[in-house]
Write a protein that binds this ligand. Structure first.
Ligand SMILES: Cc1ncc(COP(=O)(O)O)c(C=O)c1O
Length: 399
């Protein structure tokens, strides 16, 4: 067995179907599933809470923070374990020391996971939402320049995705952070589509805050994400959602309302975690780092995405929205004359999983490290076949 076959043999969803939807949720490896099952089984047999269980989870969480941090090039001390990307976005946006009238800048291509906390914070703190408007035809360089140009004297925080979920374009994070810092503006990044899909070295970018999921490109269980807080920004944030896990010691509070937070980013962790998911994520990250290898993963995503882009672009019936070499594993495109939601469903009937987006109303394939050329060929063959059908004959998506 060659390496890719070996990996696929360890991730059942990759051989049972053509799975091209890691941008939503990644396929789970056997080791991750087995660890999850074993932890649930053990707890059901021997009880979920005991001093031994407590000591075990207490010892394991710093190790998971360190594993998450290693993928971003940072220390585990600068990581808070969260539930998902949106959790991390909420923590930073609501803990930021806002003054009425401050500007919170976003692009028009953010996910609801960034927009909704921003809109809520704006209402609560009387902020001005500033939007950097990006266009479908913009290159990565255009986008980076537009974001920098949209900074105003009011701007205090920029919220943006490292990789745009709707076009797959990767921004030049270092350039944006450098320009922002020169104007005393901090940067919060939505890393939902970048964590695990591209190499990350956060200290080299200077970024202030970076929120990531575990269930997408890391292929982990749901419920375990992470938030990076640059150590010199830690005390700038005033935690708004707090709980016992964020205390420096179990009794580090008094009834006059004083309490001592953890000296590191774990102060943003709140209450009881789902232990099986924590253990499964540890096993998962260990497998990715040691059995698969990060360098290999990133190279594979990059080369297979180039192959997929060429194959899709070669179809007359397809209109590419994502530029060539956009810098991620996401490819957005249109099957010209066909309703994306109905094409999505027609593909599922052929055991091919991608997704459709609302903005742009189009199809999106996410190329994972576990995919092979045959997966891409099956997708393009299916699209070419669907393009011979009457658009009205496709199944209807009925919510
Ligand atoms: C760019 C982006 N941000 C945020 C999210 C939401 O992610 P999570 O469920 O991890 O909060 C997604 C998921 O689709 C996304 O693509």
């Amino acid at each position: 067995m060659n390496k890719i076959e070996q990996i696929r043999s360890q991730m059942p969803a990759t051989t049972n179907i053509v799975y091209l939807n890691t941008g939503s949720v990644g396929p789970m490896a056997n080791v991750t599933r087995d660890t999850l099952h074993a932890a649930v089984e053990h707890e059901s047999q021997y009880g979920r809470a005991s001093i031994r269980n407590f000591l075990h989870i207490k010892a394991q969480t710093p190790l998971l923070r360190a594993q998450m941090g290693a993928i971003m090039g940072v220390s585990g001390d600068d990581i808070a374990l969260t539930h998902h990307t949106t959790d991390g976005m909420n923590i930073v946006i609501h803990s930021f020391p806002w003054q009425p009238g401050d500007g919170l800048m976003l692009t028009n291509w953010e996910h609801q996971g960034g927009y909704l906390p921003a809109f809520t914070a704006a209402r609560k703190n009387d902020l001005t939402i500033e939007i950097a408007h990006l266009d479908w035809h913009d290159s990565a360089a255009d986008i980076t320049a537009k974001i920098i140009a949209a900074i105003t004297p009011r701007t205090r925080l920029i919220l943006l995705s490292h990789i745009m979920w709707n076009t797959g374009i990767q921004v030049d994070l270092t350039a944006i952070v450098t320009a922002a810092h020169a104007k005393n503006v901090l940067v919060l990044v939505d890393g939902a589509q970048s964590m695990g899909s591209i190499p990350l070295d956060l200290p080299a970018t200077g970024v202030d805050f970076y929120a990531v999921p575990g269930q997408k490109w890391l292929c982990g269980p749901e419920g375990v994400g992470a938030l990076y807080v640059r150590p010199d920004r830690l005390n700038l944030l005033q935690p708004q959602t707090v709980g016992y896990r964020g205390l420096s010691a179990p009794d580090a509070y008094d009834l006059s309302g004083n309490w001592l937070p953890q000296p590191n980013a774990s102060r943003f962790e709140i209450g009881t975690a789902y232990r099986p998911a924590i253990y499964a994520m540890q096993a998962n990250l260990d497998w990715l780092a040691n059995a698969v290898g990060w360098e290999w993963i990133h190279e594979r995503i990059s080369s297979l995405t180039a192959y997929a882009w060429q194959k899709l672009n070669a179809l007359d019936c397809v209109n590419m929205i994502t530029h060539e070499n956009a810098g991620s594993g996401l490819i957005t495109f249109d099957l010209v004359g066909y309703d994306p939601a109905r094409v999505n469903l027609a593909l599922i009937e052929q055991n091919i999983v991608i997704r459709y987006l609302m903005q742009p109303y189009a199809l999106r394939a996410a190329v994972g490290f576990y995919n092979n050329e045959a997966d891409i060929d099956r997708l393009t063959a299916a699209l070419a076949q669907i393009a011979t059908l009457d658009p009205e004959s496709l199944p209807v998506v009925d919510y």
